[in-house]
Design a protein around this ligand. Sequence first.
Ligand code: CMP
Length: 791
Amino acid sequence: MDPCDERRYIRKRKQVAYERTEPTELIRLLGLPASVTLPDIENYTAKVLLAFGKDDYQSDAFWMACEKLHFECNLARNKDAVIEAFQTKNHDIVVIDYRNPKFIDGEGICKALRNLKSTQFTVIVAVVKRSAIEKEDSNIEPMLNMGFNRVLMETSCLSQCINELLQLYKSDVEPRVQLATAQAVYLALDKSSDVVHITDHNLNLQYLNKTSERFLGYNIKEVKDKPLLDANSVDNKELMVQQLQRGREWEGLISWKRKSGEPLLLSGRVIPAAIPGRSPSHYIFIHESPYMSHDKRLSTSAHLSKNPDLPKTQNNRKGSLDMKSISSDGLRRQSIAKLHNLSIEAPITKVISLITSVQESASPEVIQTLDKVVDILRTTELYSPQLKDDKGKTGDPITSDLMGALLSSGSTVTPITRRSSSDSGSVPRIGLSRTTYKTHNISLQMKELLDTSLLWDFDIFQLEDISGKRPLVYLGMNLMSHFDVSSSLGIEEMILYNWLTIIELNYNAKNSYHTSTHAADVMQATAGFLERERLKQILDPLDEAICLIAAAAHDVDHPGKSSAFLSNSNHELAILYNDLCVLESHHAALAFKLTMSDDRVNIFKSLERDVYKAVRQSVIDMILATEMTRHFEHLAKFVNVFSIKKDDDSPDGGRSSPDTLNWTAPENIALIKRMLIKCADVSNPTRPVQMCVEWAIRIAEEYFNQTDEEKANNLPVVMPLFDRATCSIPKSQIGFMDFIINDMFEAWEEIIGFPQLVVNMKCNYEYWKQLDEMGIQKIQDVILMQHRTPM
Ligand SMILES: Nc1ncnc2c1ncn2[C@@H]1O[C@@H]2COP(=O)(O)O[C@H]2[C@H]1O
C-alpha cells in the first residue's frame, strides 16, 4: 500500500482495535534504513498537544502518529483549553492548526503560549494550508518571529506525520530535554553548599557557583577566562597539574584569596573531565563547604587557627547547618576509620590496591581503562549477566526475548488460580514396592536399547515410547546400577527403584518439554559426562551418585511455566520463595520432601548424619545451579578457575591444566558439579540433529503455551515473541546457541575432553542456519524438514 494512501485507514481507526507496534517493527513498516534508531522512548515519553478546533484527517494523522511512536498525545479545541492543558502537562511539542482562524485562533494561541515562561523548551509547530506555503512569495518569517519553531504543510499522510514528529523529536525535543537537564545541573551546582569551580584545560576559570561567589566574593564576569590558581595556591602545583593531565583526580588543600584580600584554605578535590579516549578538556574543583567542613579544616590546617574570620563566616550561616547530617557523617567517618584499623582485608580490596598502584606509572589511556576496571570491580554485581549493548539492541528480537526470560526473573503481580505443587501439601501416594527390583522384567527391545544407555546418541524418545512414558525409572535404574549407586549410599536397589518411581510420578506428563523424559535425558547426559576419564579422576563414587540424583530430580513438578510466570501470577510457590529461584527452590525442596516421606523411598537413610548433610547440600547446590538467571555467573567462575593453557608439547595432546590448580579441592569439585548439571540440562543442542530438533520443538511448544495462557489471563507476557503465530524456531535456536550454548560447551569440552559435543553442536547450528535461510519458521515446517533429515 502506498503509505500516503492511508487516509481511509486513519478515518477508520476508531473502529479498529489498536495494536501496539514495537519501534523496530515500525522502522521496518516505514521502510526506514535499519540504522535509524527511534527516540529512546523507553526512558522518555514525549508529550504532544494538538490544538485543533475540529477533528479532521490532519488531527487524526497526528494523533495516529503519536500512538505509533508511543508519544503521549492530548487534544485541545480552543485557546483556553490549550493553555490549561499545557500548564498541566508541559508538553514538548504543540501542533497548532493554522489553516483557518475560523476554527481556532492559531496566532493567539502561539503568542499566549510564548508568554508563559514554561514554554522555553517547547517546540511549537504550525500546520498551514498547502497553498500558503506553495505560493511563490510565501514567507514564514513572521510566523517564526511570532514564536513558532516550525511551519508544516498540511498532509494526510501518516508516515509523513510520523517522520515529522520523529525529526522534531530528534532535532528539537531531545536537545531541549538535554538543555533542560543541563540547566537543572547548573541549578544544582548553584544550590550546592560545596564551592565549585570549573576551568578549561589551561586552568582558566569557566564557571563558579553561587557558594563560591559568596565565599570568595567574585562573580563570574570578573574572573571568567582568568587563571584560577596562582603559583602559591597549591603546595606542589606542578605535580597536581601533571596528575590532572593524566586524567587522574587530585585531592588536597588549596589556598584561595578572597576579593577582600583575606586568605582561605579549603580542602577538596579536582576531577578531570574528558570525552573518553581524549585528554581532559575541563577540570572540576570541588571543595567541601567552608561551613560544612569546618571541623575537618580546623584539624587539617594550621593556617585556619590564625584566621579569625572563619568562625564568623560559619556563624553567619548557622541557620543553614544540618546538624543531623554532620553528626551522622562524623559517625560514618569514625566507623570507616575503625574498619581501616582492623586487620582484615577482602581479596577484592587487595586487587583494587594493586591496580591503583599500577596506575601510578601508567599512561592516561591505561589509567582511564583501569579506572573503569576498578569501577566495575567495586560493584557487588560482578557476575550478574548483562546483555552486551550491541547484542541487546540490534540482535535478533526473538533471542532478546528468550534471553530476557531466561536470564531475568522480572515479575508483575496479577492473580490467577492455578494451584499445584506438593511442596506445601501432602506427598502423592504411590504403590511402593517392598520386593526386589528385577532387571529381567524388562523386554528384549528395552534391554537392547538400555545397552546403549551410555552413548551420546542414545535414543531417549524411543525409550519414552517403549517405557510407556516412564523413561526415568528404566534408564535411571540402568545408570544407577552402572555407577553402583546403591553401594555408595549403602541401600538396596529396591529403594532406588521406589525413589525413581516417586520422582518420575511427580514430573508433569502434560508438559511438552519439562517431563520425566527431560529428567531422564539430563540423567543420561550426566552419566555420559561421568564416563569421561578426566571426571573419573576427579569425582568419587559418592559424587557420581550425587550427580545422578540431582539430575533425576532437578525439574521435579515443573509446571511447564517459567518462574517469572509464577511470580506474575502470584502463584503460591512464588509467594513461598519470595520470587527468588522459585522453580529451582521448589524442585530441590520437593525432591527432599518426597525422599523423606517414607523409609521405602529414602535413598539417604543409611548415610551418617554429616555425610547426609554434605550430600544434601551438594544435591541442592546442583539443582539451584540449573537456574538460568545465574548462568553467566556460573560460567564465568568456572572459566576463571579452570581456564586451560594450550601446551602443544604436553603429553596429553595440548591439554594441560594450570599447574597450581587443586582439582579435588571441595570448592573446585562444587564448580565442576555445577557446570556438569548445567551442561547436562541444556545438552539438547549438542545431541544428534533429530533429537536436537525434537527438543527445540518441545521447548517452543511449552513457551507458546505459556504465552497463550498469559494472554488469556491478561498477565504480562514474559516472551511476547514466542507466539505460535509468528515465532521463528530456527532463529530462537540460533539465538539460544549463540548466547548460552556455544561458549559453555566449548569450555566444558576443553575440561572433560568430549569432542562429539562440539561436533554435534556445530552441525546443529549450521542446520538451524540453513532452515533460517530457507525462511522456515513454524513448528510444522520444522517437522516437515526433520522428516527429510537423515539420522
Ligand atoms: N533448545 C532450547 N531452546 C531454547 N531454550 C531452551 C532450550 N533448551 C533449554 N532451554 C531453556 O533453558 C532452560 C534451562 O533450565 P530449565 O530446564 O528450567 O528451562 C530451560 C529452557 O527454558
